[in-house]
Write a protein that binds this ligand. Structure first.
Ligand SMILES: [Zn+2]
Ligand SMILES: [Zn+2]
Length: 254
């Protein structure tokens, strides 16, 4: 299983792109602005889109993806999310006001199929297993566990403090890496608390709960504050435990 980071910023500007991971060539985890850099051929190949939550930075490319390549495909794209997130997408995006309801059109072959998932319920796709994990955010949200069989990666999605995530990660036998958000620098920690994100000190409290010795990658950093956030994390941790900043274009092989 190959995982390619399409976008991992908390915003845009200067080439920054928002959250999306490409798994092999046919699965997206979130559909932020990082998707926009894919070629038409790459967009046509996407069969499955797993959404963490309904915030715009995680879904903005989905309506455009469906409209751009729907007619070139011979089957719908399946959009997986927890039921409450699917309801938001139906009511607020694919509602004929913001965008057509592609789960109904074209009538003979809709471009979109919704699939409701639940936390801890694995979805197997040709040997790849995607499992939603709980998240603690201002709207209904999950993270994901991506498992090739040979190795697994935990992706936190957007989350504040989340003991359930670490409890699950500690029981993954083939865990190879963790991607966890740290959206704000410490001087904006009150914003992080209100918006249910992490800041360096709360990140360190989260990582103290991870009992597996695997590399940790930081995502969703606020544009322009990347150095501040990584520097503050560095001051709180010993060098051997220092996470790395997740980078666009970075690949993982599990
Ligand atoms: Zn969010
Ligand atoms: Zn976000």
């Amino acid at each position: 299983m190959k995982i390619t980071v399409l976008g991992c910023s908390g915003g845009i500007g200067g080439g920054r792109q928002t959250t999306s991971l490409l798994v092999d060539d046919d699965i997206l985890i979130d559909a932020g602005s990082g998707v926009i850099g894919l070629s038409l051929e790459q967009l046509v190949a996407i069969d499955h889109v797993f959404i963490t939550h309904s915030h715009l930075d995680h879904i903005l490319a989905l309506p455009l993806l469906l409209d751009s390549v729907g007619a070139m495909r011979d089957r719908p794209v399946t959009v997986y999310a927890i039921d409450s997130v699917l309801t938001i997408l139906r009511q607020h995006i694919f509602n004929w006001l913001v965008w057509p309801d592609f789960s109904e059109v074209p009538a003979e072959r809709p471009y979109l199929r919704y699939a409701a998932i639940e936390a801890y319920q694995p979805v197997a796709l040709a040997g790849r297993v995607v499992t939603a994990l709980p998240a603690n955010h201002t709207v209904p949200a999950v993270g994901y566990l991506l498992d090739s069989g040979a190795g697994s990666m935990v992706f936190s999605g957007d989350t504040g403090p989340n003991a359930a995530l670490w409890d699950h990660a500690n029981h993954v036998g083939n865990l190879k890496a963790v991607i966890v958000e740290t959206a704000f620098p410490q001087d904006e920690h009150s914003l992080a608390e209100i918006s249910k994100h992490l800041a360096p000190q709360s990140l360190v409290a989260e990582l103290a709960q991870l009992q597996q010795d695997v590399p940790v990658y930081i995502t969703h950093l606020k544009p322009g504050r990347e150095q501040a956030i990584m520097g503050e994390i560095g001051e709180l941790l010993t060098p051997g435990n220092m996470p790395q900043q997740l980078m666009p274009g970075q690949t993982f092989f599990l």
